[in-house]
Design a protein around this ligand. Structure first.
Ligand SMILES: Cc1cc2nc3c(=O)[nH]c(=O)nc-3n(C[C@H](O)[C@H](O)[C@H](O)COP(=O)(O)OP(=O)(O)OC[C@H]3O[C@@H](n4cnc5c(N)ncnc54)[C@H](O)[C@@H]3O)c2cc1C
Length: 572
C-alpha cells in the first residue's frame, strides 16, 4: 500500500491541493506485465510541400511509417487555424465513447467533473470546460479515444496530476474530450540492478519514491515538482524542481523511453531500455515539454538515482547579490550540493507569519542548502557522514566570505526535515502574508550570474506596483519564482502586468519565460521573442506534421499566428 501520508508530513500544505482523481485516490501501485495491441489506422497517401515533406520523411523515419501516411489534406496544413468538428460532432463523439466504454465511470459528462477538469485553483488563467471526461485504463483504451477524436475532429486534452500552472489542461472553446490518466497509475516493473523503472503515466513521482522506500530499494526518482504531479504531466511540461542543481531537469536523461499514442492512433515506443543509445536522434525528447500537443503518453521508463544521506543548512545574507555570489563559489568548489534555494526577506517574514515553523528566522535574504554525500563506511546514521560534515564546513566558510551570517546546520534528520519543510511551504506561507489574498505564481530563468540583477529589478518593480510578492529561486540554476499576491480584479491585472515585465526582463538577460512550469496558455506569447521566429516555425511544422488536424491540446504552447506588424509590437 502506498503511504500517501508522506505527502502530508513532508508538505504540510498538501491538504490545500485541489481534490484530484477521487477514482483512484487510495489505489496502491500494482505490478503487471503489459501487452499492447497496436492498432494501425488504414493508410492514406497525400501530397505535401516544402519543409513539411522534409519533416514528414524525417519524422516518419523515426516515428514509424504510420505517421507519414496519416498526413492528410487537412485544412490545418494549408491554413493556420485548425477546423474542429461541430457541436453535433461532439455529441456523436460522446455517444461513440459511451458505446465503447459503457456509460459508467469511464466516461463522464457530470457537470462537476467537467468543471474540475477545465479549471484550476493553482492559477488564474481563464477556465474552460471540456465536453466529456474519459478515464482510460490501458494504451488500447487511449487508442480508441484518439480514433474517436480524429473521426469527429474533436479537441483532445490529456489531464494527469492537474498541478500545472499555466492553464495547460484547460478545455477548448468548441468543446472537446479530456483524457484523465488517473486510472493509469501502475508501476509496471522495477529494475533495481539497472536503476530504472517502467510505469504508466498517471503515477505520481512521490508515490514512486514511497514505493521504492517501502520495498527497501535504495533508489529514487529525483525530479521533484509539486507533490501531486505525475510522470506523464512532468514529462509533458519538461518540469524540474529543487533537485535540478544536482540532477538536472526532465529535459535531461531521466526519461529513457516513452510509449505514445500518436494523433494517427498509432502506438510507438521511442526506444529500448538501455541506459544510452546513439541510434538516431532523440524522439523521446520530442515529447518532453510538448504539453500533450503531439500525442498521449501511455508508458514511460524512468531512470533512478541512488538514495544518499542528506542534511540541510540555512544561512542569511545582506542582499541577493551576496547570496548569489556565494552560490557561484560553492558550485565551483565541487562539493555535494543536492539543492540550493534562494529566498528573499519577504519570504522569511512569511515563514515566520505562517506559523507552521518551529523556528523564528531573521527576515533577510537567505539560502537553504541540502547537502548530499556518501555514508561513512560503518556508520548507521546519515548525520555521521564525514562527507556531509566536510561539505558543510566548506560551504560555511565560502558563505561567510560573502557576508553570510547565522549559518545553521541541522543537528539531526528531524531538524533537517523541519528546515526543508519551511522552504517547501513557500506557496502557502506566501499567501499568509496578506489575509484573504490569492497568488499569481510564475517562474523565469536566467544565467546564474544575471540573477541578482533580475531579482533586484523585479523587487523594485513589485514595490512600485504597490503589490506584495515573495521570491524563491532555485538559485543554482538561475531559476526564480514569484508569488504575486492580489485581492481585487484590479490588483490581479497589476500582477499580470508585473509578470509580463518580469518575463521580458528575463528574456533580455539571455533567459527564458519559464525555467520549469512550461508554456500552456500563459507564456505562449513570449516564445517568438525568446526562441526566434524560425525555431517557433519549426515547432509548428513538427506539430502540424504529427497532428495535421490540430486537435491535440489546441491553444496551448504554440504562439497564435499573428501578422508581422503585431509580432513586432509583441517583441517590444
Ligand atoms: C504548489 C506547486 C508547486 C510546484 N512546484 C513546481 C516545481 O518546483 N517545479 C516544476 O517544474 N513545477 C512545479 N509546479 C508545477 C507542476 O507541478 C508541474 O508543471 C508538473 O510537471 C505538472 O504535472 P501534472 O501531472 O500535474 O500535469 P497536468 O497538470 O495534469 O498536465 C500538464 C500538461 O501535461 C499534459 N499531459 C498530462 N499527462 C499527459 C500524458 N499522459 N500524455 C501527454 N500529455 C500529458 C497535459 O495535457 C498538460 O498540458 C508546481 C505546482 C504547484 C501547484
Amino acid at each position: 500500500m502506498l503511504a500517501r501520508g508522506l505527502r502530508s508530513s513532508l508538505y504540510l500544505s498538501m491538504k490545500h491541493y485541489p481534490p484530484h482523481r477521487s477514482l483512484n485516490a487510495t489505489r496502491p501501485a500494482k505490478y503487471f506485465s503489459s501487452v499492447h495491441t497496436i492498432s494501425n489506422p488504414t493508410p492514406r497517401f497525400h501530397r505535401f510541400s516544402g519543409l513539411q515533406v522534409a519533416l514528414s520523411v524525417l519524422i516518419s523515419a523515426s516515428l514509424g511509417f504510420g505517421t507519414a501516411v496519416y498526413l492528410t489534406d487537412s485544412p490545418y496544413l494549408k491554413s493556420e487555424t485548425p477546423q474542429f468538428g461541430s457541436s453535433d460532432d461532439i455529441q456523436n463523439a460522446i455517444s461513440d465513447l459511451k458505446k465503447i466504454f459503457g456509460a459508467g465511470s469511464k466516461v463522464s459528462t457530470d457537470p462537476d467533473d467537467l468543471h474540475d477538469h477545465g479549471f484550476s485553483a493553482n492559477d488564474h488563467h481563464p477556465g474552460m470546460r471540456h465536453s466529456v471526461v474519459v478515464y482510460p485504463e490501458s494504451t488500447e483504451d487511449v487508442v480508441k479515444i484518439v480514433n474517436i477524436a480524429t473521426k469527429y475532429r474533436v479537441p483532445i486534452t490529456a489531464y494527469s496530476g492537474a498541478t500545472s500552472l499555466e492553464g495547460h489542461y484547460r478545455g477548448h472553446s468548441t468543446g472537446g474530450i479530456c483524457v484523465d490518466m488517473g486510472n493509469m497509475d501502475h508501476i509496471i516493473e522495477i529494475n533495481e540492478k539497472d536503476g530504472d523503472l517502467v510505469c504508466q503515466p498517471g503515477v505520481r513521482w512521490m508515490d514512486i519514491n514511497e514505493t521504492l522506500r517501502e520495498k527497501g530499494i535504495p533508489l529514487f526518482f529525483p525530479i521533484d515538482p509539486a507533490p501531486g504531479a505525475t510522470i506523464g504531466g512532468m514529462l509533458s511540461t519538461g518540469c524540474s524542481g529543487t533537485n535540478a542543481v544536482r540532477y538536472g531537469t526532465a529535459k535531461g536523461e531521466w526519461f529513457l523511453n516513452v510509449t505514445v499514442v500518436l494523433p494517427s492512433g498509432e502506438v510507438i515506443k521511442t526506444r529500448q531500455r538501455s541506459r544510452k543509445s546513439s541510434a538516431g536522434f532523440d524522439t523521446t525528447k520530442l515529447f518532453i515539454g510538448a504539453e500533450g500537443t503531439l500525442g498521449i503518453i501511455t508508458e514511460v521508463t524512468i531512470r533512478l538515482a541512488p538514495v544518499l544521506p542528506t542534511t540541510v543548512a540555512v544561512v542569511h545574507f545582506p542582499n541577493v547579490q551576496k547570496a548569489t555570489e556565494a552560490v557561484m563559489d560553492v558550485m565551483q568548489a565541487g562539493v555535494g550540493i543536492q539543492c540550493v534555494e534562494l529566498v528573499d526577506d519577504v519570504f522569511m517574514s512569511a515563514i515566520n507569519k505562517f506559523g507552521m515553523s518551529k523556528k523564528v528566522y531573521p527576515e533577510k535574504d537567505s539560502l537553504f542548502f541540502k547537502f548530499q554525500g556518501p555514508a561513512t563506511i560503518g556508520s548507521a546514521s546519515p548525520s555521521a557522514s564525514a562527507s556531509l560534515r566536510e561539505t558543510a564546513e566548506i560551504v560555511k566558510k565560502i558563505t561567510e566570505k560573502h557576508g553570510g551570517t547565522g549559518f545553521r546546520l541541522a543537528r539531526d534528520a528531524n531538524e533537517a526535515d523541519e528546515l526543508w519543510a519551511d522552504r517547501k511551504n513557500a506557496h502557502y506561507a506566501g499567501l499568509a502574508l496578506v489575509d484573504g489574498s490569492k497568488g499569481w505564481p510564475t517562474d523565469v530563468c536566467v544565467p546564474v550570474s544575471k540573477l541578482p540583477q533580475l531579482v533586484y529589478e523585479t523587487k523594485q518593480d513589485i514595490k512600485n506596483a504597490g503589490l506584495v510578492s515573495t521570491i524563491v529561486g532555485h538559485v543554482g540554476d538561475g531559476n526564480f519564482h514569484a508569488l504575486i499576491l492580489f485581492k481585487t480584479d484590479e490588483e490581479m491585472e497589476r500582477a499580470k502586468e508585473l509578470v509580463h515585465r518580469m518575463v521580458k526582463r528575463a528574456i533580455a538577460l539571455d533567459g527564458t519565460c519559464t525555467g520549469e512550469h512550461g508554456v500552456g496558455i500563459g507564456k505562449k506569447e513570449y516564445l517568438i521573442g525568446e526562441l526566434g521566429e524560425g525555431t517557433v516555425q519549426l515547432m509548428k511544422t513538427i506539430k502540424k506534421t504529427i497532428d495535421p488536424l490540430g486537435i491535440f491540446n489546441p491553444g496551448k504552447l504554440y504562439p497564435d499566428d499573428v501578422t508581422s506588424s503585431t509580432q513586432k509590437t509583441s517583441k517590444e
